[in-house]
Design a protein around this ligand. Structure first.
Ligand code: FBP
Length: 427
């Protein structure tokens, strides 16, 4: 991981700390350069990094993770995975920021006609679609490539699934690794050409992956390959309920680039902001907790006429201030799950993609959108449920790209909603 040059830090830290150029300050500056780069292990209380006021941003992601590993060696592989995910998110952040400059907006297309040898040679551009029939944006495909390769090269993953890959991919060089990963490389990409916030969502599952090896062996040490000669897999290793996640998170590309994740168990939900000067993710949110109750609801009301009556009733009540708090709720909806969930994590309230008579299971995908985000929000003290009031984290996926309804946010708001979703007799 590239570290900022000490000359860069010297010039900037002097200004940042108002240090002159005499010797004592040089020692102070050298101590801080050391501290920012690697520095002493971070003081952790219950796995929450605890630093003096104003010192947060001296803790880089690398330093936080190496401190975790120094007290828990079993996290070594996860450290490598998270650093690679962070590196990929930095790259995607640059691609997104420069999309207009580098002509990376718009759809990924196939030139039709030339392939079928038309005389004119001038083929018609046709939008490429992913397996769900959605048009792929150029940045969907690019981000997918960046994250896929970053994860592959860790050597710590045997299998991965992405919104932009038709099938799960087996990583031949790491068949006996401990982890498998799922991700949505650029969520909310329908907003990308308007430079509205988008994000990357990821989840890491543990799996003995013996099955992977067996599948490979069954194919005479080979596998079925896709057009890019990658190994596709039909294994069930990825079809685990969200409650089995070992880690999950997102990276939001907006006015800031913010990486938020949890390693589950007794680990907090933690946030790092990309410092464009240092080129490093630095700690800004050491222990994210969703407020117990909020005053915002975040859902695409354009579909309200198609919703189940119970959902329309709930939204109507909280809008009018006739809900449990008697406070009137305001609507906030970006249309990018990462942006809407990040705001809900910080300010409270409830976000949902409820499904409706036309799309029973809503628009979001269970394995790499709903499960990782519900795992994160529940780890931060919030709640989540499906539109029938059940637990998102207990839904066992039947396929990698299956859709699921999904609500998440402040625990009291989710509980209030569930009272509308679950008929009286079962309450
Ligand atoms: P993708 O871009 O990953 O397909 O994301 C789906 C998404 O854009 C979510 O980010 C967002 O919450 C939802 O769809 C918006 O759905 P709708 O258009 O129904 O409001």
């Amino acid at each position: 991981m590239p570290t900022p040059s000490s000359r860069f830090l010297r010039t900037n830290l002097n200004g940042f700390l108002g240090l002159g150029n005499n010797n004592n300050n040089k020692q102070e500056e050298a101590r801080l350069v050391q501290e920012v780069n690697l520095g002493d292990p971070v003081v952790m209380i219950n796995n929450v990094p605890t630093v003096a006021q104003g010192q947060l941003s001296t803790i880089t992601l690398q330093r936080y993770l190496s401190s975790l590993v120094s007290s828990d060696e079993s996290l070594r592989e996860m450290e490598g995975l998270m650093l690679s995910i962070a590196m990929a998110c930095k790259t995607i952040s640059t691609l997104v920021n420069r999309a207009g400059i580098n002509q990376l907006t718009g759809l990924e297309t196939d030139v039709m006609g030339t392939r079928s040898g038309s005389q004119s040679g001038k083929g018609k551009n046709k939008a490429k679609k992913n397996i769900q029939g959605e048009d792929q944006k150029k940045l969907d495909v690019l981000s997918n490539g960046v994250l896929k390769n970053a994860l592959k090269f860790t050597g710590k993953l045997g299998l991965l699934a992405s919104e932009e890959e038709d099938e799960a991919l087996l990583i031949e060089s790491a068949l006996d690794s401990r982890y498998v990963a799922v991700f949505d490389p650029l969520d909310g990409s329908s907003n990308i050409d308007a430079s509205i916030c988008t994000g990357t969502i990821f989840g890491v599952l543990e799996d003995d992956t013996v099955e992977l090896k067996n599948e490979y062996k069954r194919n005479n040490d080979d596998c079925v390959r896709n057009a890019d000669a990658e190994c596709v897999s039909s294994t069930e290793a990825l079809l685990q309920p969200g409650s089995q996640l070992a880690a999950s998170g997102y990276c939001m590309y907006s006015s800031s680039t913010i990486l938020v994740f949890t390693l589950g168990g007794s680990h907090p939900v933690i946030g790092f902001t990309l410092d464009p000067q240092l080129g490093e993710f630095v700690l800004t949110h050491p222990n994210m907790r969703v407020p117990k109750r909020g005053t915002y609801y975040s859902v695409n009301e354009g579909n309200s006429w198609l919703w189940d009556a119970s959902i329309r009733h709930y939204i109507d009540k909280i809008k009018r201030g006739e809900g449990e708090t008697k406070k009137r709720y305001s609507s906030r909806y970006v249309g990018s799950m990462v942006g809407d969930v990040h705001r809900t994590l910080l300010y409270g309230g409830i976000f949902g993609n409820p499904g409706d008579v036309k799309h029973r299971n809503g628009k979001l995908r269970l394995v790499y959108e709903c499960s990782p985000m519900s795992f994160l929000v529940e780890q931060a003290g919030g709640g989540s449920c499906t539109s029938d009031g059940g637990s998102v984290l207990e839904v066992v996926p039947e396929s990698v790209h299956q859709r699921s309804t999904c609500w998440l946010g402040s625990i009291e708001d989710v509980e209030e909603l569930r009272a509308y979703l679950i008929p009286e007799e079962t309450n």
